[in-house]
Design a protein around this ligand. Sequence first.
Ligand code: BGC
Length: 251
Amino acid sequence: MSELGFGIDIGGSGIKGAPVDLHHGELAEERFRVPTPQPATPDAVAEVVREVLDHFDWDGRFGCTFPAVVQHGVVRTAANVDQSWIGTDGHALLNKVTERKSLLVNDADAAGVAEVRFGAAKDRDGVVLLTTLGTGIGSALVVDGVLVPNTELGHVELDGHDAESRAADSARDREELSWEDWAQRLTRYYGHLENLFWPDLIVVGGGVSKKADKWLHLVETRCEIVPAVLRNNAGIVGAALQAAHHHHKHH
Ligand code: BGC
């Protein structure tokens, strides 16, 4: 049996989408990617979202990720995106521009939901903490399968700094850190999170999780820490799942 949903991932450099097989957590077709318009204003981004949906002739409801806090459809922060998003009702805007029903969610939350349902945290009870290491650090906290949205653990203070400015993959790049040096920062970062949340499992996502064999064993944590398995498509799959779930719960 296969029920289809649709997910779109809005990132700093690309907007990607595809129909998703909701029972297997896989893309049902090859994904379509459009470069993120610059400046990435709400109207310009919404137009591209419509283009992605049109590309597949998808008329149904869809889920869409955004790399910031999204509270009930309204974007509240903009750490690494165009400031004009703050206060924008992204849900209403997407519904209007695309003429379809949208659900807008935080990017790391979507990835977390996908990893819990189909990936590295499948069938794991207890407290699962997923972090995505990219330009920023995103987080998803899932307890017995239920997401606590918008945890924003990339912005905890670490040694007087915003944690993501020190420990994100972009910091490794910018400061040309060795894997060892970066792993030390991650050990310090995850140690801090563990003291606060006592997770049973940490899942590490983001592009750099593809190279986990180079650095993950250097990161010391109290609990088990594993790389994400859905990689690039976690956001798309998670957004599609959240949109379908939201619909079933409310209708
Ligand atoms: C944002 C989060 C986002 C993360 C990853 C952070 O800077 O505050 O909302 O999930 O970057 O994109």
